[in-house]
Design a protein around this ligand. Sequence first.
Ligand code: MG
Length: 254
Amino acid sequence: MKYVRFETKTGAKKHGVLKDDKIKVVEGSIFEDHKITDEAYSIHTVRLLAPVEPSKVLCIGLNYVDHAKEFGKPVPDEPLLFLKPSTSVIGPEDNVIYPPQTKNLHYEVELAIVIGRVAKNVKHSEALGYVFGYTVANDITARDLQSTDSQWSRAKGFDTFCPLGPWIETEVKNQDNLDIKLFLNGEERQNSNTNNLAFKCADLIEYLSGIMTLLPGDVILTGTPGGIGSMQPGDKVEAYVEKIGTLTNTIALP
Ligand code: MG
């Protein structure tokens, strides 16, 4: 199923499930027992929001061999973890704001895991049982600040630097074999498959839940493939993952 969060014309924010063009409203937390009601909206009459409001966004760096290579680094022996603040999250069609502190703003398409239940010290064999579903992320990065700073909170943490969506797909079974692509103004810039991930989804859940408790709604960005590049104000950026969908955003000045 495709779980969405959306805003109605009257400003009400709701969760729902999308089928064809119709959203049926969900009553109760999507991470607990919940009911799909008969209250329905056309997707064309609402604004989609980020499908989840994570308490934290955990991100993995250099997790595709070709991206590590273009970055001039080997794939690390252990997953390379950094965090994006919850305030960086935006939804599909929202603008990514090009901050004045950078001169080199980059896209990074990523498969994103949405955690469904509290996960602490999870065993590898049970890791995928903690997944609610998968969505698409764009790990927006101020590449110049990433090289000048010894850690990446600033380069990756500006408001609007974590577009998520357009929905959470709960029926993905082959998360380790999904095509992943990014288009800038309609031109393909990244094209890979999640089978090129050095650390797979189950590896990451086991590893990360051994460090910090993962809460329902927390999001893990699994890393970006090769082909990173810069964007300019006015550019349209489309991040695509097979079986999930396309997350579209536009770059704008503050
Ligand atoms: Mg990234």
